[in-house]
Design a protein around this ligand. Structure first.
Ligand SMILES: N[C@@H](CCC(=O)N[C@@H](CS)C(=O)NCC(=O)O)C(=O)O
Length: 222
């Protein structure tokens, strides 16, 4: 079986887990704390970052974008990129929006302050940074609502890597109870659809010790 080195509340790891599940690819999950800088892990992942996917023959594929493209090429069924080149470009643009822009403006602020600082013993959350992340999240939710109201899925008619990238980032913030869903109803409706897919089950069962999820986290009718 393949192995996925991951951190449960990492959005990049969650994106890969969701796509593995959607494609029905089995992979054993191995929790890796990158800040421990294990030499064996660094031999697999030159950046020292998770996720890293190790195939049955020992080949390691690192970086979530590279892993997703690799899975799409090697296990194309079901496809998570559209057939038309322009639509594929849009799916990649929206996925990148979440992995880069949303991550920089929202996830890093909230996740680092609320979760990683605590895990690494780096002290208490900074409320100013949390406030900036929360304000940025409201702006991004407006954009997600606009996409969800104007398209069937975030990048167009078909569900794609864009939906899984977005859902992965939002699922982490939903765990910490940071998403004001009632202020973004079209986004909430889209998230409810993707959250109810079987691929989401494992993610909804995640629990981080000492940090329980928000009460509605695993509720499909939130
Ligand atoms: N561009 C990378 C980003 C991965 C990433 O930032 N992983 C974080 C966890 S969310 C990590 O391993 N951080 C530890 C470090 O940077 O040393 C990807 O898409 O996989």
């Amino acid at each position: 079986m393949a192995r996925l080195y991951h951190l449960p509340l990492s959005p990049f790891c969650r994106k890969v887990r969701l796509i593995l599940a959607e494609k029905r690819i089995e992979a054993a999950l191995i929790e890796e704390k990158p800040w421990e800088r294990r030499a064996d892990f660094r031999r697999l992942s030159p950046s020292g970052q998770v996720p890293a996917l190790v195939e049955r023959d020992g080949t390691a594929i690192c970086d979530s974008v590279a892993i997703v493209e690799y899975l799409e090429e090697t296990r194309p069924d079901p496809p998570l990129l559209p057939t038309h080149a322009v639509e594929r470009a849009e799916a990649r643009r929206v996925a990148q929006w979440f992995d880069v822009k949303f991550h920089t403006e929202v996830t890093t602020h909230l996740l680092h302050e609320r979760v990683y600082k605590r895990m690494r013993g780096e002290g208490y959350p900074d409320s100013n940074i949390i406030r900036v992340g929360a304000a940025n999240l409201r702006a991004h939710l407006n954009y997600i609502s606009w996409l969800a109201a104007n398209r069937r899925w975030l990048a167009g008619e078909a569900m794609s890597i864009a939906d899984f990238a977005a859902a992965a980032h939002l699922s982490v913030l939903d765990y910490t109870g940071d998403v004001p869903w009632d202020q973004a109803l079209a986004a909430k409706d889209w998230y409810a659809r993707i959250k109810s897919r079987p691929a989401f089950r494992d993610i909804l069962a995640d629990r981080t010790s000492g940090l329980p999820p928000a009460p509605h986290y695993d509720d499909l009718d939130f």
